[in-house]
Design a protein around this ligand. Structure first.
Ligand code: SF4
Length: 360
C-alpha cells in the first residue's frame, strides 16, 4: 500500500546558496504552516551542518556603558538611565584571564564587546593586543567595537581577529524608529570595510522591538542578499531593560521568533545562526525548537554583555538532554579536551542543583 500524501507538504525546498531573494519570496516562507517551515529549515540545515552540533561562544564586555549612540533597546546608551555602571576599557591581562576561563568552560570563540560609537585611534593598540593574546590561547576571536573605518578594520585583521560583529538590527524601513545617531548605510559601510580587510562577518538583528513581520523579512533580505552571507547571524530577542525606550514593548510570540530563525536558516544555509540575547527569557522547549529551526550557535556564560544569560551549566545540561555536542574549533581545539571540561563542570554541580525548574 502506498503511503498517503498530504496537501500541505512544502512545494519546493532549495538548499542552493542565493543572494537574490525578493521580499515576497521571503514573506512566502514566513507564511508557511509552521510544520512545513520547520521541515524546510531542517532539510536545509542538514544539507550543510551536523544537526546535533552547536557552536559555543563566550562574550566579554571589555568596556561597558556611556555609549553616545541612542539605540532604543540598549542599556549601555548614555542617553538612558538604566543604572548601569560605566566602566573603563578592561586591562589586557584581565581580558586574557577571562578568555582562559571561557576556554576551560568549553567555549571555542571569545567575543569582546565595547560600548563605543567607534574605537578611537588611541584604543587600537589595546584592542589589537587583546586579539593577539586571546588568539594565542587557541580561541577564535570576535570583536564588536562600533563603526570601523578601513584602516581600523585592517589593523584588527592584521592582529588576527577572526570575526567582527556589527548588526543591522532591523529592516531599513523600521531602522529610524530604533536608532537615529548612525545610518543604515553607516552600518553597511563598516561591514564592507570588515570584508575588505578579510575578516569574517557576524551580523544579524533584534526581533520583538515593535516591528512588523515584514520588517523581520526585510532584515533577513538585507543579510541574505549581501555579496557574501555573514558567517554568523545572531538573531536576538529583545531584552526589555527598565529605563530604555523599549522597556514596555509587547512580548513577541515565541513562534514568531522561531519562524525568524527558520527563515534565516533557509536563506543563509551555510551561516551559523546564533541564538543570542533573550535566551534567558526562553524556556528550554523554545530553545530546543530554535535548534530544530536551524540555530546552531549560542553565547554561553553568565553574562551577555550586560543582560543575564542562562547559566553555563544549565546550557550544558540542556545539550546533554537533547543529544547536542558543542561544535569543536577544528584548528586549535581538541574535542575530547573540550568535552572533558564540560563533563567536569557537570560533575561539579551534580551535588548542588540537579533539580531545576524546567519551565524557567
Ligand atoms: S547597541 Fe552598541 S552602539 Fe548602540 S547604544 Fe548600545 S553599545 Fe552603543
Amino acid at each position: 500500500m502506498n503511503a498517503p500524501t498530504f496537501p500541505s507538504s512544502p512545494s519546493f525546498i532549495t538548499t542552493i546558496i542565493r543572494h537574490d531573494w525578493s521580499r515576497s519570496e521571503i514573506q512566502t516562507l514566513f507564511d508557511l504552516p509552521f510544520s512545513d517551515l520547520m521541515f524546510q529549515a531542517q532539510t536545509v540545515h542538514r544539507a550543510y551542518f551536523n544537526p546535533n552540533e552547536v557552536q559555543v561562544s563566550t562574550l566579554c564586555s571589555i568596556k561597558t556603558g556611556a555609549c553616545p549612540e541612542d539605540c532604543a533597546y540598549c542599556p549601555q546608551s548614555a542617553r538612558y538611565d538604566t543604572g548601569l555602571e560605566r566602566e573603563k576599557l578592561m586591562a589586557v591581562e584581565k581580558v586574557i584571564e577571562e578568555a582562559k576561563a571561557a576556554k576551560a568552560s568549553g567555549a571555542t570563540r571569545f567575543c569582546m564587546g565595547a560600548a563605543w560609537r567607534s574605537p578611537k585611534n588611541r584604543d587600537m593598540p589595546y584592542v589589537t593586543t587583546m586579539v593577539q593574546g586571546v588568539k594565542a590561547l587557541g580561541l577564535e576571536t570576535c570583536m564588536t567595537l562600533g563603526m570601523l573605518d578601513e584602516v581600523q578594520a585592517q589593523e584588527l585583521a592584521d592582529a588576527g581577529l577572526d570575526y567582527y560583529n556589527h548588526n543591522l538590527d532591523t529592516s531599513p524601513e523600521y531602522y529610524g524608529e530604533i536608532i537615529t545617531t548612525r545610518t543604515y548605510q553607516d552600518r553597511l559601510t563598516t561591514l564592507a570595510n570588515v570584508r575588505k580587510a578579510g575578516m569574517k562577518v557576524c551580523c544579524g538583528g533584534i526581533v520583538g522591538m515593535g516591528e512588523e513581520e515584514s520588517d523581520r523579512a526585510g532584515l533577513l533580505q538585507q543579510l541574505a542578499n549581501m555579496p557574501e552571507h555573514p558567517e554568523s547571524v545572531p538573531i536576538n530577542m529583545l531584552v526589555k531593560v527598565e529605563g530604555t525606550p523599549l522597556a514596555n514593548e509587547a512580548d513577541l510570540d515565541p513562534f514568531d521568533f522561531i519562524r525568524t530563525i527558520a527563515v534565516a536558516r533557509i536563506l543563509m544555509p551555510q551561516s551559523h545562526v546564533r541564538l543570542s540575547a533573550g535566551r534567558e527569557q526562553m524556556n528550554e522547549q523554545t530553545q530546543a525548537m530554535a535548534f530544530l529551526a536551524g540555530a546552531n550557535s549560542i553565547f554561553y556564560g553568565e553574562k551577555l554583555l550586560t543582560t543575564p544569560n542562562p547559566e553555563a551549566n544549565k546550557d550544558m545540561q540542556l545539550f546533554k538532554r537533547l543529544g547536542i555536542k558543542p561544535e569543536s574549533y577544528e584548528v586549535h581545539q581538541n574535542e575530547s579536551e573540550q568535552e572533558a571540561a564540560i563533563f567536569q563542570q557537570l560533575q561539579e554541580q551534580k551535588n548542588d542543583s540537579m533539580f531545576y525548574n524546567a519551565a524557567k
